[in-house]
Design a protein around this ligand. Structure first.
Ligand code: PMT
Length: 214
C-alpha cells in the first residue's frame, strides 16, 4: 500500500522568558531532538512546519520554520498552524513559568529584593486539546529518573496518542546530547523501549509509529 504524506507540526527547543532586556528564564533544551524529528519526517516524504524556540541549529532542508522566543509566542504559532496539520509533535521544553513583570530597562541589583515573582505559562498541549479532532498528538515527558508513571499521567491528562518518556538523567540521553534513549507509551498499555541510539534513529522510529497510527 502506498504511504500517505501527512502534514507535521513540530515544536522544538526551549522557550525563553525575559525578565528585562538582558536576563531571562529558560532551560537546557538545544532543539536537537525536535530538529531530528523534522528531518526524519521530511525524509519520509511528509510536509513539516517546525516551530523553534531560540536555538543555534540550521533548519533541515525542505522544512518550513517559524522562530519564536516565549511560551506565549509558541502557543500562538501552534494555534495558527494547527488547523493545517495532521500530526502535532510537542517536543519543545516549554518554560512552565515566566516572570510576572517585564522591565523594559535593565533591573538594578540594588533595586532587587532577592525575590522573583513568577506566573504560570499556559500548557500548550492542554490549550489546543479541544482542536485535536482526528489529528495525531504526540508529546514528550522529560523526567529525572523513573519516567514512566509521570509520562503516563501526562499522556492521559493531555489526551495524547502516545508519549515519549525521556529520562534526562541517563548518560547519553536528554538535553543537548546527539543520542537519546526513550520509552514510547501508548494509552492501551503498550510500550516500546528504544535503547541508546542517535536522536535521528529515535526520530525515525517515532515518525514510523505515527505512520502506522494513520
Ligand atoms: O532539545 P534537546 O537538547 O535535544 O533535548 C530534547 C528534550 C529533552 C527537550 C526532549 O527530548 C524532551 O523531553 N522534550 C519535552 C520537554 C518537556 O517540556 O517535557 P514536560 O514533561 O515538561 O512536558 C510534557 C509535554 O507537555 C511535552 O510534550 C511539552 O512539549 C508539553 N508542554 C509542556 C509545558 C507547556 N507549558 N506546554 C506544553 O505543551
Amino acid at each position: 500500500m502506498e504511504k500517505q504524506a501527512m502534514k507535521f507540526l513540530i515544536t522544538a527547543g526551549p522557550t525563553r522568558e525575559p525578565l528585562d532586556p538582558v536576563r531571562f528564564l529558560s532551560n537546557r533544551s538545544t532543539g536537537k531532538m525536535g530538529f531530528a524529528l523534522a528531518y526524519a519526517a521530511v525524509q519520509a516524504g511528509h510536509e513539516v512546519t517546525l516551530i523553534a524556540g531560540p536555538v543555534t541549529l540550521e533548519s533541515p532542508e525542505g522544512v518550513r520554520r517559524v522562530d519564536v522566543e516565549t511560551a506565549l509566542e509558541m502557543l500562538s504559532a501552534v494555534e495558527k498552524n494547527l488547523p493545517d496539520a495532521d500530526v502535532y509533535i510537542s517536543c519543545a521544553a516549554v518554560a512552565d513559568w515566566r516572570p510576572a513583570t517585564y522591565s523594559p530597562v535593565k533591573l538594578k541589583k540594588s533595586g532587587m529584593d532577592g525575590e522573583l515573582r513568577l506566573v504560570r505559562n499556559p500548557d500548550i498541549l492542554k490549550t489546543i486539546r479541544p482542536q485535536k479532532g482526528n489529528r495525531i498528538f504526540v508529546g514528550f515527558a522529560a523526567e529525572t529518573g523513573m519516567p514512566e508513571a509521570e509520562a503516563k499521567r501526562k499522556m492521559l491528562e493531555k489526551g495524547l496518542d502516545f508519549i515519549v518518556a525521556n529520562d534526562v538523567t541517563m548518560p547519553g540521553a536528554g538535553f543537548a546530547t546527539d543520542t537519546n534513549c526513550v520509552t514510547l507509551l501508548f494509552p492501551n498499555g503498550e510500550k516500546s523501549f528504544l535503547t541508546l541510539r542517535s536522536k535521528l534513529e529515535i526520530a525515525k522510529e517515532i515518525v514510523s509509529r505515527i505512520e502506522r497510527l494513520r
